[in-house]
Design a protein around this ligand. Structure first.
Ligand code: CP
Ligand code: NVA
Length: 291
């Protein structure tokens, strides 16, 4: 049974099967006919929620919004039993959670496809969509020189997990040394990723894409603004990049914090295209799952 909890659930072939299927919308039409997909969002969501809802509609499936608070979880029933019961009615679960271990419980007891719609650890749907956006924008399948600035978080983790699927793509990460020390064991997972604790103009000059995300993710306890503000993506920083270099952000952004308004609304920013591609990617993922 296929599931998508992390990018590591995908082989290189699976990954490119999803990416390549995104070009063929006509292939999708009826693949979710008579299928019922449960959506559980323990945290807020605009893009992921709506792109799954509309994507499922376009594939002629049904989505059921599930609020965990409405179930019998708090009262008496365990997560394990709840997921087992859900599988009596549903064909797939899309689950955004505060705690990645709940996704593992879901996968074990639901026993049908489970999609991670973002957890504290990872955001695989975002990473697949962002790679698709890079491929679409540059019209090539490799040779991406990505520079990430700021926090080491779920979005970055999934992006790093994709990098070994490419021969000649790299990620340089500008971040705070203390944050790196705390998270090194999770994030130091590829030789194609380089961590730096100061911005480096030579690296910026070679970048195809500048990426960032909020300094404080949903449910983060520590406020990292002071540690990370020196990595703000502003006009001064973007002036060090080449003409073709683009700016990406998974959104929502905290404008004035990790990115300035001039950059996110500027000519190098492709954040709207990036958000738009979430829906075609969700459809590619749903098709790959073969529900
Ligand atoms: N990028 C992203 O996952 O956005 P939402 O939190 O709005 O779903
Ligand atoms: N890192 C952010 C991503 C939101 C889409 C968060 O987890 O809040």
């Amino acid at each position: 049974m296929k599931s998508l909890l992390n990018i590591s659930d995908l082989s290189k072939t699976d990954f490119f099967e999803i990416i390549n299927s995104i070009d063929i919308p006509s292939d999708f039409d009826n693949c979710l006919l008579n299928k019922n997909i449960g959506l559980i969002f323990e945290k807020n969501s605009t893009r992921t929620r709506l792109s799954f809802q509309v994507g499922i509609n376009q594939l002629n499936g049904n989505f059921i919004n599930i609020n965990l608070k409405d179930l019998n979880l708090d009262r008496i029933e365990s997560f394990e039993d709840t997921f087992e019961i859900m599988a009596c009615y549903l064909d797939c679960l899309v689950f955004r959670t505060v705690d990645h271990s709940k996704l593992k419980i879901a996968k074990k007891y639901f026993k049908k496809p489970v999609i991670n719609a973002l957890s504290d650890i990872s955001h695989p749907c975002q990473a697949i969509s962002d790679i698709f956006t890079l491929i679409e924008h540059f019209n090539r399948k490799d040779n991406f020189n990505i520079v990430w600035l700021g926090d080491l978080n779920n979005v970055l983790y999934s992006l790093i997990e994709t990098i070994d699927f490419f021969e000649s793509s790299y990620i340089n990460i500008f971040t705070d040394k203390d944050i790196y020390k705390n998270k090194q064991r999770y994030f130091d997972i590829s030789e194609k990723v380089n961590f730096l604790f100061d911005t480096d103009n030579k690296i910026l000059a070679n970048a195809d894409c500048i990426m960032t995300d909020v300094y404080n993710s949903m449910n983060d306890r520590e406020n990292k603004e002071k540690k990370l503000i020196k990595f703000q993506v502003n006009e001064l920083l973007m002036n060090n990049t080449k003409k073709e270099c683009i700016f990406m952000h998974c959104l929502p952004a905290k404008i004035g914090s990790e990115v300035t308004e001039n950059v996110i609304k500027g000519s190098k920013s492709i954040v709207i295209q990036q958000a738009k591609n979430r829906m075609v990617t969700q459809k590619g993922i749903l098709k790959w799952l073969d529900i």
